[in-house]
Write a protein that binds this ligand. Structure first.
Ligand SMILES: *[C@@H]1O[C@H](CO)[C@@H](O)[C@H](O)[C@H]1NC(C)=O
Ligand SMILES: *[C@@H]1O[C@H](CO)[C@@H](O)[C@H](O)[C@H]1NC(C)=O
Ligand SMILES: *[C@@H]1O[C@H](CO)[C@@H](O)[C@H](O)[C@H]1NC(C)=O
Ligand SMILES: *[C@@H]1O[C@H](CO)[C@@H](O)[C@H](O)[C@H]1NC(C)=O
Ligand SMILES: *[C@@H]1O[C@H](CO)[C@@H](O)[C@H](O)[C@H]1NC(C)=O
Ligand SMILES: *[C@@H]1O[C@H](CO)[C@@H](O)[C@H](O)[C@H]1NC(C)=O
Ligand SMILES: *[C@@H]1O[C@H](CO)[C@@H](O)[C@H](O)[C@H]1NC(C)=O
Ligand SMILES: *[C@@H]1O[C@H](CO)[C@@H](O)[C@H](O)[C@H]1NC(C)=O
Length: 456
């Protein structure tokens, strides 16, 4: 989540909420409007779709609501009508069908719940937004494209493709990878492709998502999320294209998925707990990250996170915990188990000095407390430009109870250049490691009470 330096995060959040509220209101009033409108038009429309409210099958094909899917026409209104109809359907099971063999263009939409029955949003065809910032409608949010809001009990699935058409957004001169002047950036918003906000009991399954302008998936304030067999791709140099970002999310499972992109495959933000990540093939990318946490002196709480049985390849990082100076709260109870690294630059890294503009970062007296971190069965190769293990903990708050077991990391080519690095990091080796780690401090620090720790 690297865009956060562009605007102070608090401001971002405020701005987002503002946009969200304005949009939600728009959408809301629009919804009422389109309802009365569509009620009237049933009898008079020259191209009469099937009777929407009496469909005993519970299948709501977007084409029945006027969508064309020729890759040119804007089908936004049809998607909205299909959603509203399915969402209000009294049937127990309802399927919104985006059929195979068609390409639908839809603008930024907020699909709002709660809905009456369970919903399956089945994308078998292709869904695309308008192509780039120039064609993005002026009154649409530039921060999000497909938004699901207050939905309980939905499955987003199908064999289709969500194509974010990100290229023109990545090409904006203000993007960080363009080496642009940070003070001259101005707004550089790009939409998140798929966003879930205040949702529960979700399944996301089988979809392919490519070239998102920004994050591919973002879940905020969601619980009971099951993500299975998804394929996310974006180029290695596409900025901020995190695969799946979680924020204030709990009871999340991410299984059997393949992600390659220009930022983290999965990033876990503040307020997340009980997250299980299994069988992910990640890379090229920036790896799987917890963080960044504690930006702008914020308090962050993250606990009970497991990443296991996964492959990380050709990535800048493997498994990473990153926090800013000045934060508070804690990251605790994290297990990284059975991860195969292939040519990864920082396979194992804790970075409590995370910062994007070197000159603006000063060391502070508080930090997010990192403890109870277990690395077990982490094997493979690393890119020798960086040390294979890096535990840089804050001066003011040490990391404690880092456990290493069955670590075997070899240079992918050439000779070992850097030894493992530790700073203010306490922990144990359960087995010998390759390369050997001798820099962890033994036991627990004298008195954790001497440190400025704000527990969660
Ligand atoms: C109603 O269901 C049938 C299948 O039984 C489907 O072909 C038709 O498109 C559905 N109507 C709507 C409005 O989705
Ligand atoms: C944006 O403006 C168009 C045309 O004025 C209007 O049809 C549409 O509903 C507006 N969209 C939003 C999200 O306000
Ligand atoms: C979760 O949603 C599914 C449908 O997607 C439904 O069958 C199930 O009953 C829901 N479970 C809970 C606990 O709400
Ligand atoms: C960065 O932008 C500022 C304000 O626009 C300008 O004063 C400064 O010269 C720029 N620096 C570089 C290196 O372009
Ligand atoms: C791991 O995920 C891949 C990709 O979805 C899948 O093909 C494979 O069967 C999964 N492996 C296991 C053991 O589930
Ligand atoms: C940790 O999370 C897992 C789900 O990933 C859950 O099954 C387990 O009960 C949680 N452990 C604790 C101590 O809450
Ligand atoms: C912050 O502290 C670390 C560890 O003591 C040190 O390596 C780094 O240079 C310091 N950074 C600044 C900006 O003072
Ligand atoms: C150290 O961390 C492990 C998890 O990695 C946990 O099971 C154990 O209880 C922790 N030990 C202490 C003393 O907190």
């Amino acid at each position: 989540m690297k865009h956060s330096h562009i605007l102070p995060q608090a401001f971002c959040l405020f701005f987002f909420i503002l946009i969200f509220l304005v949009q939600a209101r728009h959408h809301h009033s629009h919804k009422k409007h389109s309802h009365s409108h569509s009620h009237k038009s049933y009898g008079t429309s020259p191209q009469p779709p099937a009777p929407y409210y009496n469909n005993a099958s519970g299948i709501f094909d977007v084409r029945s609501f006027g969508a064309i899917g020729d890759g040119k026409k804007d089908d936004t209104e049809s998607f909205k009508m299909a959603w509203d109809t399915a969402c209000q359907s009294q049937l127990e099971d309802n399927v919104i069908l985006v059929p195979q063999g068609f390409s639908f263009i839809v603008q930024s939409i907020i699909f709002t719940g709660p809905c009456q029955g369970d919903l399956v949003f089945k994308v078998d065809g292709t869904v695309m937004p308008p192509d780039g910032p120039e064609s993005w409608p002026k009154n649409n949010s530039r921060r999000q494209w497909l938004v699901f809001y207050r939905i309980n009990g939905m499955s987003l699935e199908g064999s289709g493709l969500i194509d974010g058409r990100g290229q023109k957004w990545w090409d904006l001169p203000c993007k960080p990878h363009k080496g642009s002047n940070v003070t001259a950036l101005g707004p550089c918003d790009s939409p998140i492709a798929i966003r879930f906000f205040m949702c529960s009991n979700l399944t996301v399954q089988g979809l392919k998502v490519k070239n998102s302008p920004q994050f591919n998936f973002r879940f905020d304030d969601c619980k009971k999320v099951y993500i299975e067999s998804i394929y996310i791709t974006a180029p290695k140099l596409s900025p901020n294209t995190d695969g799946i970002h979680l924020e204030n999310a709990n009871d999340v499972k991410i299984y059997n998925s393949v992600i390659s992109n220009g930022d983290d495959c999965v990033s876990i933000g503040s307020g997340c707990y009980d997250v299980d990540i299994k069988n992910i093939t990640c890379g090229p990318s920036h790896g799987i990250s917890i963080g960044s946490l504690g930006n702008h002196n914020s308090k962050a709480c993250v606990s009970n996170i497991t990443v296991r049985d996964s492959i990380i390849k050709m990535s800048d990082n493997g498994v990473r915990i990153k926090t800013w100076q000045g934060g508070s709260g804690s990251v605790s109870g994290v297990t990284f188990n059975n991860i195969n690294m292939i040519s990864v630059r920082n396979p194992i890294i804790i970075d409590q000095f995370y910062c994007l503009t070197k000159e603006h970062c000063t060391n502070k007296t508080s930090a997010v407390f990192v403890s109870n971190i277990l690395y077990t069965d982490i094997k493979g190769t690393y890119d020798i430009r960086s040390p294979p293990m890096h535990f840089a903990c804050s001066d003011s708050v040490p990391c404690t109870n880092i456990t290493l077991s069955d670590i075997e990391l070899l240079p992918s080519q050439g000779d070992i250049v850097y030894d493992p690095f530790c700073w203010n990091a306490y922990g144990d080796l359960e087995t010998l490691t390759i390369p050997p780690v001798s820099c962890l401090l033994v036991g627990t620090p004298q008195s954790l009470l001497d440190y400025d720790i704000d527990h969660c």
